[in-house]
Design a binder for this molecule. Structure first.
Ligand code: CA
Length: 191
């Protein structure tokens, strides 16, 4: 039995360690079902600039879209929010740096928290609150060609309204082009 215990040590190693070590891929998978290009968006007519769970729970959908980039996106209106769901598939392994610039609030989650347990404090990019066009930044280690669950929130209270999601791959330059990066499940409209 000592031999078996020894061979089992690799799985036992994970006990008590944080999820980044026990699950380095943070819920990402090597394939997804019913894949199509883009993130799938749903709009509701209320401002959730500081209330991600409120936006998640509001399913009074007034319109939908599919986006392969969010570059100065606007709905030219007041008092609305968009939530985009799907997957982010990085093309290289390493630290990705993300930015949102939004008026008003916006958030980005990647990995397991994109699906459940997301809060303002665990967002990859936390651009909370009512404000004019304001950048916020965050970073995350990603593994090439894995599909990371991706959730993007954007809310507008009043006045101007604009949203950009950009990222800089390791060794690369900043882009907003999600072609070949953004995917969603057509059967679920998201994850
Ligand atoms: Ca505004």
């Amino acid at each position: 039995m000592p031999l078996l215990e020894s061979r089992g040590s690799s799985s036992a190693f994970g006990y008590g360690l944080n999820s980044s070590l026990t699950d380095p891929f943070d819920g990402a998978t090597s394939s997804i079902s019913n894949a199509a290009s883009g993130l799938y968006g749903r709009r509701v007519n209320a401002d959730y600039s500081s209330d991600p769970s409120g936006l998640d729970g509001n399913n009074s959908i007034v319109s939908t879209n599919t986006v392969t980039s969010l570059d100065s996106f606007t709905s030219s209106a007041d008092g609305y929010s968009w939530k985009w769901f799907g997957y982010f598939r990085p093309s290289v392994t390493g630290i990705y740096n993300f930015r949102t610039t939004s008026d008003d609030g916006s958030f980005l989650w990647l990995g397991t928290k994109a699906k459940t347990g997301f809060t303002m404090d665990n967002a990859v990019v936390d651009n909370r609150g009512g404000h004019g066009p304001l950048p916020a930044y965050g970073s995350k280690l990603l593994y090439a060609n894995y599909y990371y669950p991706c959730r993007v929130h954007f809310s507008e209270g009043g006045g101007g309204d604009i949203m950009t999601l950009a990222w800089t791959p390791p060794g690369g330059s900043e882009t907003t082009n999600g072609s070949g990066i953004f995917f969603y499940n057509t059967a679920t409209g998201g994850f």
